[in-house]
Design a protein around this ligand. Structure first.
Ligand SMILES: Cc1ncc(COP(=O)(O)O)c(C=O)c1O
Length: 415
């Protein structure tokens, strides 16, 4: 009997888009050890504006020319990043009045900004009305609150209806549509809501259909986009005026874990081009929009933390670093992962070194959850070396419990 050799373990896809010179990773042409000196501390997050620019350009080439690309600021609301994104994208998606402040500090016109999310407070709604930002209505109560705020302010509101569709985005990391959801208004209830918008005389803009996030399957995204366009066409007879903005969501994922493969955006772009041609005859005034967060910024950022201890426990090597889950919850596996998997990790000042050893990388918190790498083969690292977590440009700093255990804060920079 012959035994077939075991399949090689799955690898991380495109580990990073940053240059490496003499074993040093560099961002914005600055070698990492020098960047750490410039910043004056570890840990830190660093985002690379060249990588951001390149990313949006590559995406635009793959998408239909008339498609509008909006940036979902929740992925990374760092003001410098948002400023840079303002020069690259066609609009912003907001999730709070806090994000609205950052957005309005950029040159992005308010008419290209929309505000989504359940539970918008009355003050957030009045701020959005005053700013002229489009509000994606998520409930009938919210609609009535908007109308009251308009009356109080003597202003009219730009509104779109966020629809909770009957379909879902298949094979998605997170689903925000389909079934019973806290997001949007069930598609069955939308005709009644449209009538009410008409009766209230609000400025109807169109629809927002966001069905899910972190999807790497082109076929699933194509399917959801087709269904979203069709749903808008089906509902168009009920609209108080022509649909001007048709936001069909996003969901474009990035590869985080071994075995993940990058999304085939050309495939998505080709299919969307055909669907938009069909939709144009039914909805001639509609601007079709996609809204993306992590796809635009996720690969452009790293989290850097320094080795401050190295120890061995029952045969396993532990690198203890000065950062951890309090700054980067997602890399620790505690941000929605069912089974913890390693993010792509490197030793930033020893890139490509061939002398490998298998290590666990852990943070300084007194919990076994504070783990950044579990049994990874990495270049042999010593105290003082810089551990880099790739794919960290989205849902890093602001999606982490920074105050946990009163550890020192991290910083963010844009190179
Ligand atoms: C309404 C809405 N838009 C955009 C996004 C951004 O998702 P991603 O960063 O995965 O592109 C989300 C994610 O939660 C969302 O809920």
């Amino acid at each position: 009997m012959t035994l077939s050799s075991p399949a090689p373990p799955p690898k991380h896809a495109n580990e990073h888009g940053f240059a490496v010179t003499n074993g040093q990773l560099s961002l914005g042409d600055i070698p990492l050890t020098r960047l750490a000196e410039q910043i004056g501390q570890t840990p830190f997050y660093a985002y690379d504006r060249q990588v951001l620019t390149q990313r949006v350009q590559t995406l635009r080439q793959a998408m239909p020319a008339e498609l509008k690309i909006h940036y979902a600021m929740k992925a990374n609301p760092m003001p410098a990043v948002v400023q840079h994104m303002a020069s690259l994208v066609d609009g912003f998606d907001l999730a709070s009045a806090g994000e609205m402040k950052v957005a309005l500090d950029t040159p992005m016109p308010a008419e290209h900004i929309s505000f989504a999310g359940p539970g918008k407070r009355p003050t957030e709604l009045s701020q959005a009305i005053a700013a002229g930002v489009t509000i994606n209505i998520e409930s009938q109560f919210e609609l009535e609150t908007i109308a009251k705020q308009c009356e109080r302010l003597g202003l009219n509101a730009k509104v779109a209806v966020r629809i909770n569709p009957a379909f879902e985005l298949k094979a998605s990391g997170m689903k925000m549509g389909g079934g019973a959801k806290q997001f949007g208004i069930d598609e069955e209830q939308v005709p009644v809501v449209l009538q009410r918008i008409k009766a209230l005389g609000l400025q109807f803009q169109g629809f927002h259909i966001y069905s899910g996030s972190q999807n790497l399957k082109a076929e699933s995204i194509i399917d959801a986009q087709q269904k979203s366009l069709q749903l808008a066409i089906n509902l168009s007879d009920h609209c108080p005026s022509a649909i001007r903005k048709l936001n069909i969501g996003g969901g474009f994922g990035i590869p985080y874990f071994p075995g993940d493969t990058p999304l085939a955006i050309e495939q998505v772009g080709d299919a969307l081009g055909k669907e938009m041609t069909i939709a144009r005859s039914a909805l001639p005034e509609a601007e079709v929009i996609i809204e993306l967060g992590r796809y635009l910024v996720g690969e452009a950022g790293i989290y850097v933390t320094r080795v401050i201890d190295k120890k061995v426990s029952r045969g396993q090597i532990f690198l203890v670093v000065d950062g951890g889950l309090h700054h980067h919850l997602a890399a620790s596996g505690n941000f929605g992962q069912v089974i913890r998997k390693n993010y792509p990790v490197g030793i930033g000042n020893k890139m490509g070194h061939q002398d490998l050893e298998t290590v666990n990388i852990v943070g300084p918190l007194c919990t076994p959850l504070d783990i950044l790498a579990d049994k990874m083969a990495l270049p042999k690292a010593e105290i003082g070396d810089l551990v880099v977590i790739f794919q960290s440009g989205a849902y890093g700093y602001t999606a982490s419990p920074n105050k946990f255990l009163s550890q020192p804060d991290t910083v963010e920079i844009l190179t």
